[in-house]
Design a protein around this ligand. Structure first.
Ligand SMILES: *Cc1c(COP(=O)(O)O)cnc(C)c1O
Length: 580
């Protein structure tokens, strides 16, 4: 275990003595026999969003990976996260109504990683040498493979050669890296199908070391969890047999494994989900709704059942420290960040004045961050005085409908002006997504031509963890409008609720884990009805903030319903219960 400064800072909140204490708290004492520092929980992910450790992600998938590791570190669970280290990092700029980008070089040494050794994989008739680097963080570590030309996260086409190279590097290279540092996985959690090759590497190792293929398959399946975040299998990219001949088969030693994999092609094409389902007996979806509706079939044509493990967040990472202290002092959450036995009774005791004092501190923290961030005009959009802050912060993708509040600009302007609201919009457009870049441009032109909107709507480019945290902490009301059925879980809304904000949302993803009267729900038979409903909810939310009684009851209802959902320790507990 390390004892450097950042480690101590990280554990500043009520650290527990020993992992056994956590296992006891979640009623899993036998876990001490299932995992150890040499036999950790392993978590495989193509994306990690953890900039304090040098790696920037793209969105929710990476944030979830980072939070899962942080929760494990806090509770001292032996945990190894294996991911690529991308030497290049994209950033978004915005000026003169044009979306732009620049790319920053990142070096791992700068973030405290140490070089272990190299491993080789075969790709495109070449031997590729990958650096293995690691960083230990308490009971956890981040183990990475990388090389100078590894490229960026999600660069190129999703069915392209470079993506396959990156995925093969993570799987085959990462599996060798694990052995290099002397670890054996107690479990392999595959965070989406891009990590399939890690399980394949294990199967190949067991089989080529003399285990019977079927025995090796049973063993691998029993110890592999496939976590699905996508709703429709049909939308997934495919790879061709020719691509596998160049990037995958040369890395397999076992003829039986090669044969097994070759047989999974259909008309010379393969979807990684199809083989991930075959190699993982354990399968989970990331919210109750998502686990129910994810439409996946195995190769025999049977519908795949997913166990629902709703995402959670690492509460101390995303919450104003004073609010964390308050939730602990009032015994709403315990030292493991789990809801206490009496959380419902204790939430009932929250008073409006506590919420207002804490939210004022949150506003100051948000302004501190905004004082060094830019809006679409290159200004620092700090909010002064009594104004309310509403926000919409998430990746700028169509299904999340960032443009919904702008459908009737007069109506929006009227609400913002009448209730003295500043509206913050944050979300990166993926480089190369010309459709969304055009939509953003149109939206900000509408804002520019309307004097009220121009004063009150602030677009913050290059959305990242810092902005996500600051807006959750400082905003009074947040807006979440995915098309119902398309959000797997989402976690930004959890950050809003834990920071005592009022949530306006469609009933989708993890929000739908609880009944629709747990928050300000947007409903409607079509988009026009939903938009009308959204405006009514925005006015209602503004009025709630002007009235102590309504504020108190709204925040209490949100917390009573979602406290257990939000807790990342609850998520870890659910995974451990499912896996062991
Ligand atoms: C929390 C967070 C996310 C997660 O977004 P959802 O769309 O709600 O899943 C993505 N990006 C950043 C920077 C975040 O902080």
């Amino acid at each position: 275990m390390m004892g450097n400064l950042s480690d101590k800072l990280f554990h500043r909140l009520d650290n527990i003595e020993d992992v056994k204490e956590f296992y006891e708290a979640i009623d899993r004492k036998h876990l001490s026999n299932s995992m150890s520092p040499e036999r950790p929980y392993t978590y495989w992910t193509i994306e990690l969003y953890d900039k304090s450790n040098g790696i920037r992600g793209g969105g929710g998938l990476g944030v979830l990976a980072a939070d899962t590791r942080r929760v494990a570190e806090r509770q001292q669970v032996p945990f190894t996260l294996i991911t690529p280290f991308y030497p290049s990092e994209p950033h978004q700029t915005y000026s003169n109504f044009e979306n732009g980008a620049y790319h920053e070089k990142v070096s791992y040494a700068q973030y405290g990683f140490s070089f272990i050794d190299t491993v080789n994989i075969k790709a495109n008739n070449q031997i590729c040498t990958l650096d293995v680097i690691e960083k230990q963080l308490g009971s956890t570590r981040i183990l990475c493979v990388t090389e100078p030309n590894f490229g960026e996260l999600y660069s190129g086409d999703s069915g392209g050669d470079h993506r396959l190279y990156q995925e093969v590097s993570l799987g085959f290279g990462g599996y060798q890296a694990l052995k290099l540092v002397g670890l054996k996985p107690a479990i392999m959690q595959l965070n989406e199908v891009a990590t399939f090759f890690a399980a394949l590497a294990r199967l190949d190792e067991l089989t080529s070391n003399g285990m019977d293929f079927y025995e090796a398959m049973v063993y691998t399946r029993k110890h592999t969890l496939y976590t699905n975040h996508t709703l429709v299998q049909a939308a997934e990219a495919e790879f061709s047999y020719a691509q596998f001949e160049r990037y995958v088969f040369p890395n397999l030693r076992s003829k039986a494994v090669k044969k097994w994999l070759s047989d999974k092609f259909n008309d010379g094409r393969i979807k990684l989900s199809a083989v991930t389902i075959e190699i993982a007996e354990l399968r989970s979806g990331v919210s109750k709704l998502h686990a129910r509706v994810a439409n996946y079939h195995d190769l025999a044509g049977n519908k795949v059942k997913f166990k629902a493990v709703t995402n959670g967040i690492d509460i101390p990472t995303w919450t104003l420290p004073e609010i964390v202290d308050y939730l602990k002092k009032t015994e709403i959450i315990d030292k493991f960040d789990l809801p206490t036995e009496k959380y419902l009774e204790n939430i009932e005791k929250i008073e409006a004045k506590d919420i207002r004092v804490l939210k004022d501190l949150g506003r100051a923290e948000m302004n501190r961050v905004l004082s060094h961030r830019l809006d679409q005009y290159g200004n620092h959009p700090v909010v002064e005085g009594e104004a309310l802050v509403f926000d919409f912060k998430r990746r700028f993708v169509d299904y999340k409908r960032p443009w919904l509040p702008f459908k009737d600009q007069e109506r929006l302007a009227d609400i913002l002006e009448r209730y003295n609201i500043h509206y913050f919009l944050a979300g990166r457009v993926h480089e190369g997504d010309h459709t969304m870049a055009a939509k953003l441009k149109r939206l900000l032109e509408i804002v520019d031509r309307n004097s009220i909107l121009k004063k009150r709507v602030h677009y913050l480019p290059d959305y990242d963890e810092e902005l996500g945290r600051a807006l959750s902490i400082g905003a009074n009301v947040s807006i979440n409008t995915p098309i119902v059925g398309l959000e797997a879980c989402g976690t930004s809304w959890m950050k809003d609720i834990i920071n005592l904000g009022v949530l306006i949302s469609t009933h989708d993803g993890g929000v739908a884990d609880c009944p629709s009267d747990s928050y300000l729900s947007i409903s409607g038979k079509n988009e026009a009805e939903e938009t009308e409903n959204l405006y009514l909810r925005m006015e209602e939310a503004a009025r709630i903030w002007s009235n102590d009684f309504d504020l108190e009851s709204t925040v209490k209802v949100e917390l009573k319903n979602y406290m257990p959902v939000i807790s990342g320790s609850r998520m870890l507990k659910d995974y451990l219960e499912y896996l062991f």
